[in-house]
Design a protein. Structure first.
Length: 467
């Protein structure tokens, strides 16, 4: 079972020998390896290398042709219950260099349980020893990319998929508080070599960006995963599904790990691609030498056939995976039962907002239609199939508690309003509350209130228009 996969660019100044030395350091750095330094001395220099020792096997291939280099290792480790196979490929061309890593774990007997997927230490080892490269406009790194006010164009290209990157982008939007809702440093470290973490500078940046990307950006502190080539977005809100920033961090890591494991690898970053190059070179060497030894050609043909069989097996596994995905979606949604509506220029200002508004609008609609009419049957069916989601209820209650007994603004009330999505500013005799930096939703609170019910009345008025 494939448990982990990723590809990322590294410094184009590095060679295949540097790559193999990095792999050697990774293996020897493990406290569990039985392979010794002496056994691996020839690994960085040999074109073909293999060694086996007490349940561990290491194979490597290396092809060098001018500025183009390819290399791959396959490291197998067995214990009493599991077999781990890590395949790492290096591809260096004139303009860039890429690393591909794939780890599989198979049970050696039926009662063994496979461990959860986890990023191997090898990713960090390679980045530290070989140096990172650029994936589109972003350097692969273990720190977040902090956008500046002038970076609207970069942000827009990342969100729309126009920036020619391969690793997914985790976009952390700005809220009214000083810190993002997730620990961006910890998240960037966990996702180094798997995804970029990009952080917005401030709320006005969000408002400007919204116009540039036709409201495709996440907003108001929300985090979103954006896939390459405009492949869609997954949003993560604080709310019912995720009650803390740490919950969101875990969900993002799991989502990206699963997605990368189910993505087809770069063709140049596979064991079979390096084996194919090695076979072609061997044929060329035999032809150049004028060899007529059929055994030599047969040996190389067997290697090439093995490579093609491995590629075919990979293709069959991909077909099986896609068939499973199709069955999964068919089970969720029957044919012709789904309806797609575009929300235009409006976007969720909190989790499930637009869906909740639509469901609420449909609730009483059947009662206004003729009994046994087609329209009534259709609307009743839609309402029955989509349970009520009161996405604003928790926010109405939260706003009520914040403004209960309000007589003046203090730091605690202001912070609570910020967390709920309101920007608070002073304007004359009143405080101005703007929800999610959208001037259409601006409200006022007196600087001093004499009526103890005034806060609750204000909460009721605001909730009626917003939630």
């Amino acid at each position: 079972m494939l448990s982990f996969a990723t590809e990322f660019p590294i410094s184009n100044a590095r060679t295949s020998a540097d790559f193999l030395e990095s792999v050697r350091s990774w293996i020897l750095g493990s406290p569990h390896t039985k392979l010794t330094s002496a056994l691996l001395d020839n690994l960085p220099s040999d074109d073909e290398f293999s060694v086996e020792e007490q349940g561990e096997r290491l194979e490597s291939l290396r092809i060098v042709s001018g500025s183009v280099e390819s290399s791959a290792i396959r490291y197998t480790k067995r214990d009493t219950s599991l077999e781990w196979v890590t395949t790492v490929s290096f591809s260096r061309q004139q303009t860039d260099s890429w690393i591909g890593i794939r780890t599989t774990c198979e049970s050696r007997h039926p009662s063994a349980h496979l461990p959860p997927a986890k990023k191997p230490v090898l990713v960090r080892t390679i980045l530290n020893s070989l140096g990172a490269g650029y994936d589109g406009p972003l350097l692969v790194q273990a720190q977040p990319h902090l956008l500046a006010d002038a970076d609207i164009d970069i942000a827009a290209r990342l969100i729309t998929g126009a920036a020619a990157y391969r690793l997914p982008v985790v976009y952390v939007s700005a809220n009214f508080l000083a810190a993002p809702i997730v620990d961006v440093n910890a998240l960037a470290k966990a996702l180094a070599g798997m995804a970029h973490v990009v952080v917005e500078p401030n709320r006005p940046f969000s408002v400007r960006l919204k116009d540039e990307v036709q409201s495709q950006n996440v907003y108001g502190g929300t985090c979103g995963i954006y896939w390459p080539d405009g492949g869609g977005r997954r949003s993560f809100f604080l709310g019912q599904d995720f009650i803390s920033g740490q919950d969101i961090e875990i969900a993002i890591i799991v989502e990206i790990t699963d997605a990368l494991a189910n993505r087809r690898p770069l063709a140049r970053c596979t064991w079979s691609s390096v084996q194919d190059l090695a076979s072609k070179r061997s044929y060329q060497v035999l032809r150049d030498a004028g060899s007529t030894n059929l055994d030599d050609y047969s040996k190389e043909f067997d290697k090439e056939l093995k490579t093609k069989n491995e590629e075919l097996a990979d293709a069959e596994r991909e077909i099986s995976r896609l068939q499973a995905e199709i069955r999964k979606y068919e089970a969720k949604v029957a044919v012709n039962s789904g309806i797609t509506l575009h929300s235009g220029t409006e976007q969720d200002l909190y989790e499930n907002e637009v869906r909740s508004i639509l469901r609420d609008a449909l609730e009483g609609a059947p009662e206004r239609l003729t009994v046994d009419s087609r329209r009534r049957h259709v609307l009743e069916s839609i309402c029955h199939a989509n349970p009520v989601i009161d996405a604003g209820k928790a926010r109405r209650e939260q706003l009520k508690e914040i403004l209960r007994g309000y007589t003046s603004m203090d730091s605690k009330i202001k912070k609570s309003l910020n967390e709920l999505g309101f920007e608070v500013s002073e304007e004359g005799k009143h405080f101005k509350l703007t929800f999610q930096s959208d001037d259409r939703y601006t409200f006022t609170l007196p600087k001093s209130g004499s009526d103890y019910r005034g806060g609750l009345n204000a909460a009721s008025d605001i909730s009626r228009l917003l939630f």
